[in-house]
Design a binder for this molecule. Structure first.
Ligand SMILES: [Ca+2]
Ligand SMILES: [Ca+2]
Length: 142
């Protein structure tokens, strides 16, 4: 705890760093408009879940644990590449914003491969899958 004698915070105000991180998250929600708020909420939950030491960053080991837990294909190289690609401030760990960028890249990658398909099987992918398919087509095959 900080020394309370020099604290002039108003009652009920959030601690400065918590306020900052909430503001940043709100900005991220506005910035990545290709995700719906509920998708972003899921990404945020994922981020919090794997931020094991709760420092507000996903470091390399935390990311690695997520890849393994979620059975995502990865190699040491692809992990480095992933971090390199989005780690704008080059501190070797990902903020929530940087983490959303990795999700956007994955989303784009999936949409691009989806757009390359001839057709999708409604019985397999359902109505949402078909809609995603046509959205991907519209986006990448103009
Ligand atoms: Ca962490
Ligand atoms: Ca970073």
């Amino acid at each position: 705890m900080e020394d309370s004698s020099d604290s002039n915070a108003e009652d009920g105000a959030l601690p400065a760093n918590e306020y900052a991180s909430n503001t940043t998250k709100r900005q991220v929600y506005l910035e990545f408009s290709q995700f719906s708020p509920s998708q972003l909420k899921k990404i945020e939950d994922l981020f919090d879940q794997y931020d094991a030491n709760k420092d507000g960053y996903l470091c390399r080991n935390e990311l690695k644990r997520m890849m393994i837990k979620r059975r995502m294909p990865w190699t040491e190289n692809s992990l480095n590449q992933l971090i390199d690609d989005v780690d704008k401030d080059k501190d070797g760990k990902l903020t929530f914003r940087e983490f959303v960028m990795t999700n956007r890249k994955t989303l784009e990658y999936c949409q691009r491969s989806l757009a390359k398909q001839e057709k999708v099987d409604f019985n397999k992918v359902g109505i949402k899958g078909v809609r995603d398919f046509f959205e991907a087509k519209a986006k990448y095959l103009k």
